[in-house]
Ligand binder design. Sequence first.
Ligand code: SD4
Length: 329
Amino acid sequence: MQRRKFLKNSTLGTAGILSTPLIAAQAGLNSESLNSLTRETKPIVLATWDVANATSRAWEVLKEGATSLDAVEQGVMVEEADENNQTVGKGGRPDRDGQVTLDACIMDKDGNCGSVVYLRNIVHAVSVARKVMEETPHVMLAGDGAEKFAYEQGFPKEDLLTARSRQEWEEWKKTSQYKPIINIENHDTIGMLAIDRKGDISGACTTSGMAYKIAGRVGDSPIIGAGLFIDNEVGGATATGVGEEVVRTVGSFLIVELMRQGKSPQEACEIAVKRIVAKNPGYRDFQVGFIALNKKGETGGYCIQPGFSYRTYSEEGHSLTPAGSYINQ
Ligand code: SD4
């Protein structure tokens, strides 16, 4: 067997055999691939907004040695169960007809993904999305079909409209003005990205969507490529804010592709936000924020309006980073 072929077919994965750039070159690897094979993988969790309980839970899961897929699912479940978070899961604000409808998706290291849209009466939309990914030949289930599937999978039925959200909705109906309030009420969707010990990346995103939306409206959060995208060779990205604007630019996919072309996570988030701004003269009236993570564990975040922040948890600690913003930068 030729030496080059032998190297390719045998112990490529061991750091020893690739310990010099020369051998790596003979094996057809560039220095970037060499670094990623020989470096020690550093687990990390990254999530939109100040969701310390969620990132703590995801970090615990990673520390136990579980996969990044388990970490992101269990991390965002914390927010879905928290009735005080009125933008995700139980306690989420309803649409204008008083229905709480959830959108969520999840994506793994192999590009598998699952999603639910307009899901009612189930708290853990992200787990239903995972079941769609793992138990069906489909990517997305909607509405009544998604709900029926959830019951078949053993999820309990639960009323998601809490007294507080109902009361606020009753109040809202007096004027019925539909104007998203930047950074305050409408923008706490949780998008989470993680790298596990093996260096594999997964992501999840879950939301009750824009408060008082038209019944049937679906945002970016469950749309693969818009609200979330993972490519395990490159990295991942996820979004928060006015979903219509994120869908129009396929924002998370755009960021991953920019990272593939060599941009850092921070640069990629900035380019994506600037793309949205350039196409929307009305950008001052809405918020969009992105976070991103690359294969090396580097992170970034950027938004239109000041006020967006993101949480990271790694061996270096648990921190909250205010994202740079296009306005007032
Ligand atoms: C949506 N992107 O449904 C979501 C809203 C959001 O916190 O981020 N809410 O458009």
